[in-house]
Design a protein around this ligand. Sequence first.
Ligand code: PMP
Length: 423
Amino acid sequence: MPGLDAAALRADFPILGQQVNGRPLIYLDSAATSQKPRQVLDAERDFLTHANSAVHRGAHTLAAEATDLFEDARATVAGFVGAAPEQLVWTSGATMGLNLVAYAIGNATLGRGGASSARFALQPGDEILTTAIEHHANLIPWQELAARTGAVLKHIPARDDGTLDLDAAASLIGPRTRIVAFTHVSNVLGIVNPVAELVALAREVGAVTVLDACQSAPHLPLDLPALGVDLAVFSGHKMLGPYGVGGLYGRAEVLEALPPFLTGGSMITTVTLDGAEYLPPPQRFEAGTQPVGPAIGLAAAVRYLDGVGLGAIHAHESALATRLGDGLRRIPGIRLLGDAAGVERVGLWSFDVDGVHAHDAGQFLDARGIAVRVGHHCAAPLHRQYGITASVRASAALYNTADEIDELLDAVSGIRAYFGAAS
Ligand code: PMP
C-alpha cells in the first residue's frame, strides 16, 4: 500500500499554515470538525461563481447545470460509501440524519406510509437498543422515539477498556428488539466496533440497524452495503467537506418503505388541498431547498480522500494513534479512556489528567498552539461511567504528522507540574 506524505498534503490545507498564540498551529481536533483542502473550497466557490441556480426546477441552462452538478455530487458521495445514488439522502449532517430516521419510524408507528411502512411501527414494550458509548446524537432521538411510542430503550454496555460487551448484546437482543442503533467508531474512544457481529445479532430478530458512521467515514475504507446495515449517517464537515451537509444511506427496500419526516416542496408528485403523494427515495426525504453548494463541496472532499486512498489514510492515522497512545501511557498521571489492547483504532485518544481539569489542560495546550477538544464530547453517559465529567481529546487526520504528536506529548508531560498536580 502506498504510504501517505502528510507533510506534503498539508500544502492543500491553507488554514494549517498559520500561527496560533505565537506557535505553529497543531490541529488535533478533527473529530470535532476537519479542516478543508483548497480543492473543496474551490469546488464550492466555483459552483457559486459559475453555476449557482435552483436544482430540479426551472428550464434554464444554469438550472440544468446546477442539477447535473448536484446529482453528480450525490453519485460521488454515494460511491464513496459503496452505495448507489438513490441510496443517498442529503441531510444537514449526522444529527439530522438520525432524527430523520427516528421521526420517520415514529410516523410509521402513527400509520403514516401505509402497509409498506407497517414493519417499522413500534408497539408499547417493543425495544430500541443503543450502546453506552453513543454520541448524544445517537441517543436522544431514540429516547424521544421511545417516549412517543411506549417503546423501551436499552443499552449495550461497554467494558472499561472501551469495547462493547457482545455477550451482553446477545442477551439484550431478543424478539422485542426492533431497532439497533450504534456507532461504528466512538468519538471518545476511537475503537472500531464490531459492526458485522452486531448486524448479525440484529438480523436474527429482524431488527432495523442504524449505524453512526461519523467517525469512520473519513478515516477508513467504508462499504456500507457490505457491512449489511440498514441505515447509516455521516457528516460532511468531519470528512474535509463543508458544514451543513451530510448523508443518510439506506438499503433500497428500507428507504422505499420509510415514510417521510419533513414534508414540503421538492418531495412530492401530486398535491391537492387535502393530501399529497410523495416521490420515491431519495427525494422523498429531501423536503425544501437542499444544500447544493455544500453537497458539491462534499463531493470534492471525498474525491480528495479517495485520491489519497482510505487504506493509506487509515494506516497513517492508526500509526499516529499508536505513537500517541504509547507516549501518553508513559506520562505519569495520564489515564487513557478505552485503552483496549489488540483492537482496530482510528487516530484519536481521550484522556484524563490526574488533578487537572480538562479545561485547564486544554488552555495549557492552546497556549502552545495545540488545538484539542475538552469536555464530555457529547458523550456524557460514557464519561460518567469513567467517573469523570470531562476529558481531553486529541484527534488526528490525514494531515497530521508524527512530529506534531511528539509536540503534543512533550506539552502534555508538562501539564501536571504546571498546575501543581505532580507529586
Ligand atoms: N456521532 C458522532 C460519533 C459524532 O462524533 C458526532 C459529531 N461530534 C455526531 C454524531 C454528530 O454530528 P453532527 O454534529 O455533525 O450532526
